[in-house]
Design a binder for this molecule. Structure first.
Ligand SMILES: C[S@@+](CC[C@H](N)C(=O)[O-])C[C@H]1O[C@@H](n2cnc3c(N)ncnc32)[C@H](O)[C@@H]1O
Length: 235
């Protein structure tokens, strides 16, 4: 009798390729600023700002990681916060610079990757990484790298606030899981791949960097949705 070949599944192969080739920079080039703006609202942004306020003091140096077009960076700078922004997507950084200029604000925006932040050690009192930006770290290895970078640029006692989608069982998540936590979906008809954490997996992740700080994982209501928020404090 002919032996069955060990499991080669074309569908799995294609999904894995999609995982390997996914580039958020391309996604944001395609979706553009208008696409991003269409996915949020003034109310949602106001709710994000309200959530952040208790953690931010006027004498703090703040870094907005994955700042996009400056949706949060610019209103915070307008309120007198000392904030800078960094993002992987050149088109969004260009827009952020234009928006800051229009408002006569002196905000430094840089193109950069959160896995190798272009800042010196101990530079910021708070780093924020909002609206699922951290979900583009598609492997735990990259997530640890990004967390270590956040810790590196934070001052002693400084905090990182990372806001992720909540993945409670009752939440409908449309798309195809490429791996256990990696979801392929479409946003505005454009292919999109993100890593989804549960409270448990996020806790396990932060536990990997417990030697450099303390952490907490909490559900918070932000922008009209239940979100999973990771807090990390550098020791
Ligand atoms: C959903 S947007 C959020 C933008 C912004 N944080 C906000 O709240 O409006 C996600 C952002 O993450 C950025 N991004 C994705 N991967 C990144 C990386 N490795 N390093 C820095 N930024 C990244 C994208 O370019 C995009 O601007």
């Amino acid at each position: 009798m002919k032996k069955k070949l060990p499991g080669f599944c074309a569908r799995e192969f294609l999904l894995e390729r999609c995982f390997m080739e996914y580039d958020p920079k391309k996604f944001y080039e395609q979706i553009g600023v208008q696409g991003m703006v269409s996915l949020t609202s003034k109310q949602k942004t106001a709710s994000y700002l309200k959530f952040l306020k208790p953690f931010l003091q006027k004498d703090f140096k703040i870094l907005d990681i994955g700042c996009g077009y400056g949706r949060l960076t610019i209103p915070l700078a307008k309120e007198g916060h000392n904030i800078e922004g960094v993002d992987l997507s050149p088109n969004l950084i260009e827009e952020a610079k234009l928006r800051a200029k229009k408002e006569n604000l002196d905000v430094a925006f840089k193109i950069g990757d959160m896995r190798s932040l272009p800042y010196k050690d101990d530079s910021f009192d708070v780093v924020i990484c909002m609206w699922s930006t951290f979900s583009y770290m598609l492997t735990v290895e990259d997530q640890v790298k990004a967390l270590e970078q956040m810790a590196r640029v934070l001052t002693k006692g400084g905090i990182a606030i990372i806001d992720l989608p909540s993945t409670e069982k009752n939440q409908t998540l449309e798309g195809t899981f490429i791996r256990e936590n990696v979801l392929k979906t479409k946003i505005l008809e454009i292919e999109h791949v993100v890593y989804l954490h549960t409270k448990e997996t996020a806790t396990n992740l932060l536990n990997q960097i417990k030697n450099i700080g303390s952490y907490e994982v909490k559900y918070e209501n932000i922008g009209g949705a239940r979100r999973l928020v990771l807090f990390f404090k550098k020791s």
